[in-house]
Design a protein around this ligand. Structure first.
Ligand SMILES: [Zn+2]
Length: 387
């Protein structure tokens, strides 16, 4: 690999900052300086212990061709998940080692590599065409892999408070969306996520005297069987069927001669746009009520489902991906949640980035060829968007 790759050079620098949520380690300052060289105005937004960056490149003041409704924003996160047990990595997690045509390191694919492609693409675009005819911005957060409370959500509130002019008109989130090859999948929505904590209260006692105790385990099993049998829907044109998974069942009982005092279970529902938190929670309670067993249930929704309907944004991204990768992407809504769930409350958003095969794993890596192709995709998106 002897050719120079601007995206690789940027990605290596980004990966070398150990920015495990919520630590920034200086990575956003580095990005801000790099963008300021191109004429971006950078605002650092600190909320709680989280650092965020909003950078915008305004069109030249005397441009009378400025286009309304054409402010495009690249969105992403500089925080990474912890590297895991020391010594398990073949190459140091923040060493940014390049070997065998790949860049290794925590965040290489999720998602510093993608941010490097954003930057390389914007540099190439501005060097070739000059500043675009409408604003172009970056929304970078340090709180995506964590609780996602003081990150993208807060920056959007800040933008919203500054008035409709300030809010970008369309967003591309650079999450790694492709299972194996670049160009397979563009995400145009996501399922919602709701977690339930279920508890059945019994009465502890000796197994030899069951009449003096009340065993919560059979009741819990009946409730869980009812949940497991629940068919929420059949899915629709853009979404798979909603799904409920039981994730833990706990009685915490270390003794074989004791009837436990209570039983707990946790389940998670990934739901499509046929449901929201308001309709799903009562439906689940009704299902449990029908079992005729008394229980306690807490349900929390960490994100509603959303869908960006096919339109100019999805068409431009799909066209750019097809042109540069030679693949026709599926427009999907699968996978976990991302910060796109916050953006979708304000503006159309799609997600397209690198291959996600090794994200959050030991030896996370990305193909250098993919960094170059993704940069070309992003340049193509900019030329189509600002045409
Ligand atoms: Zn990510």
């Amino acid at each position: 690999m002897s050719h120079t790759s601007p995206a690789l050079e940027i990605a290596r620098t980004l990966v070398s900052y150990p920015s495990v949520t919520p630590v920034d380690a200086g990575v956003q300052d580095w990005i801000a300086h790099r963008l300021e060289r191109l004429g971006f105005t950078c605002t650092h937004l600190h909320y709680g212990e989280v650092q965020n960056l909003f950078a915008v490149l305004e069109p030249k003041a005397n441009t009378n061709t400025a286009k309304q409704g054409r402010h495009f924003c690249f969105a992403g996160h500089t925080d990474v998940v912890p590297p895991g047990p020391e010594g398990r990595w073949t190459h140091p997690p923040f060493g940014a080692v390049v070997t065998g045509g790949r860049l290794y390191g925590r965040g290489a694919a999720d998602m510093k590599g993608n941010i490097a492609c954003f930057i390389a693409a914007v540099e190439q675009y501005v060097e070739t065409y000059g500043p675009p005819c409408a604003p172009l911005s970056f929304l970078i957060t340090g709180d995506e892999e964590g609780r996602a409370i003081d990150g993208t959500r807060r920056v959007l509130e800040w933008l919203d408070a500054r008035g409709p002019e300030a809010m970008p008109d369309a967003f591309l989130v650079g999450e790694p969306t492709n299972p194996v090859c670049l160009g397979e999948q563009i995400k145009i929505g996501r399922r919602g996520s709701m977690t339930g904590h279920l508890r059945v209260q019994g009465k502890q006692g000796h197994v030899a005297y069951p009449d003096k105790a009340r065993n919560p385990v059979p009741d819990m099993l009946r409730l869980l069987a009812a949940l497991d049998a629940l068919v929420l829907d059949e899915g629709n044109a853009h979404f798979e069927p909603s799904n409920l998974e039981i994730t833990t069942v706990d009685v915490g009982n270390a003794a074989e001669n004791v009837i436990p005092g209570d039983a707990c279970a946790t389940f998670n529902v990934r739901f499509n746009d046929l449901w929201d938190a308001e309709t799903l929670a009562p439906h689940i309670r009704k299902t449990l009520d029908e079992a005729g067993i008394s229980y306690e249930l807490d349900m929390t929704c960490s994100g509603e489902s959303f869908l960006t309907a096919p339109g100019p944004l999805t068409e431009i991204v799909a066209a750019a991906v097809a042109r540069e990768t030679g693949r026709t992407s599926a427009l999907t809504t699968g996978g976990g949640t991302s910060d796109a769930r916050f953006i979708s409350r304000y503006r159309p958003v799609v997600e397209f980035g690198l291959v996600n095969e090794t994200i959050h794993q030991i030896d996370e890596h990305v193909a250098i060829a993919d960094l170059d192709t993704l940069t070309a995709v992003y340049v193509r998106i900019l030329t189509l968007w600002y045409a």
